[in-house]
Structure formats: C-alpha cells, structure tokens
Design a protein around this ligand. Structure first.
Ligand SMILES: [Zn+2]
Ligand SMILES: [Zn+2]
Ligand SMILES: [Zn+2]
Length: 162
C-alpha cells in the first residue's frame, strides 16, 4: 500500500495551506512587510528584503494581521501615506482584503493615545529620518499620533512625556 496521487496532492495542499496559515498568523511588521521577508544574514543581523530592495527594518514586529500578504511588498518613501505599511494596507483594501490591528499595537509610541496613529521613521537618536536604501541600520519605524509627529518634525525630537 502506498499513497496514491490524489492523496499525495491533498497532503501537499494541506501542508502549503498550513504554511500559508502560519505566515498569515504572524502578521505584517510595522515596516510594512511579512515575517517571511525578514531573514538573518551571515553576520547574524535580521535583514528585511522586499524584491530586490532592502528595507531598514531589523527586527520583525507584527502590528496587523491581514487576509493576504501579497499587497505588502511596497517600499517606504516617507511617513504616514508614504510608508510601506500604509501603502500595503491601502493596496490590500483596494483588492478587497481585510486586516486587523494586533492587540495593543495601535498606540502612539510617545504619548500612548490609541487613536489615529500612523508609521513614522526615526533614527537611532530619536530624530526624524528619511528612508534611505543605503542606510539600513539606523532607521526605526514607530507609530505616532499626529500631535507627537508634529512635535517630532518641528523640534527634531520626540516629545517628552512625564
Ligand atoms: Zn520589519
Ligand atoms: Zn521591511
Ligand atoms: Zn502621541
């Protein structure tokens, strides 16, 4: 007795289905890309690669789960609507997909409000930063509310909250 072709096919389908489920359940990183794009390089650093471009993300941090990962292959050209996460969400919704924020993810990293936050790029010193394909290790994505983002962009520093 062996496994006939039909059984083998459905096993393969089940396996890829499970793999797909697992990929989906990890969600989308704040950088706008799925966990499968984050890989360890030979120096042991996590590198996020989208097609032929590298993303500045160096640690997977899931913020949303989505019905499909396919739209999450955009790059960041800036904050908010120019950020890969928002671009991915927009493309997802245009294609009829759905997403959910992971519990506790939708919060301003500076003041803690949980309303109308969006991704903003900063450098290691907490200053506003532009995405740059040649600078991979001094860029971080955070979620900020509009007020904290405005303070960051005008003073060059994240607001201090006591
Ligand atoms: Zn990432
Ligand atoms: Zn990324
Ligand atoms: Zn805030």
């Amino acid at each position: 007795m062996g496994i006939d072709a039909t059984t083998a096919d459905s096993i393969v389908e089940d396996l890829s289905g499970t793999r797909k489920q697992r990929r989906l359940s990890k969600g989308i990183c704040i950088c706008g890309h799925g966990a499968n794009r984050h890989k360890r390089n030979t120096q042991g650093q996590i590198i996020c690669q989208v097609n032929i471009r590298y993303c500045h993300c160096h640690k997977f941090r899931g913020v949303i789960t989505a019905s499909t990962l396919n739209p999450f292959a955009r790059v960041s050209d800036g904050n908010a609507n120019q950020h890969a996460l928002i671009r991915g969400i927009v493309a997802l919704m245009e294609s009829g997909g759905t997403f959910n924020w992971i519990d506790g993810a939708y919060i301003c990293a500076s003041c803690g409000v949980t309303d109308a936050v969006y991704p903003v790029i900063i450098d290691g010193e907490g200053r506003p930063a532009e995405p740059n394909k040649d600078i991979l290790f001094d860029r971080y994505d955070i979620l900020l509310c509009q007020q904290c983002d405005a303070t960051l962009q005008t003073t060059g520093r994240l607001p201090k909250n006591e």
